[in-house]
Design a protein around this ligand. Structure first.
Ligand code: IMP
Ligand code: MG
Length: 176
């Protein structure tokens, strides 16, 4: 495993994101919608750096099987009221962009005032959708990364840093 982002770098990047978000919303109440499971670590750090009126909601999206994307399963059962609210959708990583591009219309159906997106990481050159996240912590190369919420086969989410898996650490698989 090769460390890409240290704890110090992550702390600084999240503080910078929080500053940008605070400035953007300029005191208007915000509803943060975290995408489980990958966003939990970012979510916990980010909300504690946002000293603005804030609600937190969660939804679940799941697509990866090992290191390969599979069909996207969404679960919005836990989502509370977002009608008329300014929504900031928070995810761990923007790779192809499919997850956020499928989530945005689902949330939009519920009548929020606005929807923006924030991600900790963005993989360079991988987007296949015609939009980019509004707030980005770090741009990273096209590597499979784990830690700080991100998993490989449900493991490594607890690492306090972000690391790229190396060839010997990945067992390519069909499904799981
Ligand atoms: P997208 O839909 O292709 O943008 O991918 C976004 C989702 O795929 C993220 O929410 C992650 O759950 C997962 N994902 C993409 N790349 C990685 C990675 O390098 N490590 C772990 N999960 C990833
Ligand atoms: Mg995810």
């Amino acid at each position: 495993m090769k460390v890409l982002l240290t704890e110090d770098q992550l702390r600084d990047g999240i503080q910078r994101m929080a500053n940008e978000i605070r400035e953007h919303y300029a005191g208007r109440p915000l509803t943060i919608v975290g995408v489980l499971i990958g966003s939990v670590v970012l979510l916990a750090d980010l909300i504690r750096r946002l000293d603005i009126p804030l609600r937190v909601e969660i939804i679940q999206a799941r697509s990866y099987r090992g290191t390969r994307p599979g069909p996207l399963a969404l679960n919005l059962d836990m989502l509370g009221e977002i009608r008329g609210r300014e929504v900031l959708l928070v995810d761990d990583i923007f790779d192809t962009g499919h997850t956020l591009s499928e989530l945005i219309p689902e949330l939009d159906d519920q009548g929020p005032l606005s929807i923006r997106t924030a991600v900790l990481l963005r993989k360079q050159g991988q987007a296949t959708v015609p939009f980019q996240p509004n707030f980005v912590g770090f741009d990273i190369p096209n590597l499979f990364v784990v830690g700080f919420g991100l998993d490989y086969r449900d493991m490594y989410r607890n690492l306090p840093y972000v690391a790229a898996l190396e060839a010997g650490e990945i067992t390519e698989e069909e499904g799981r």
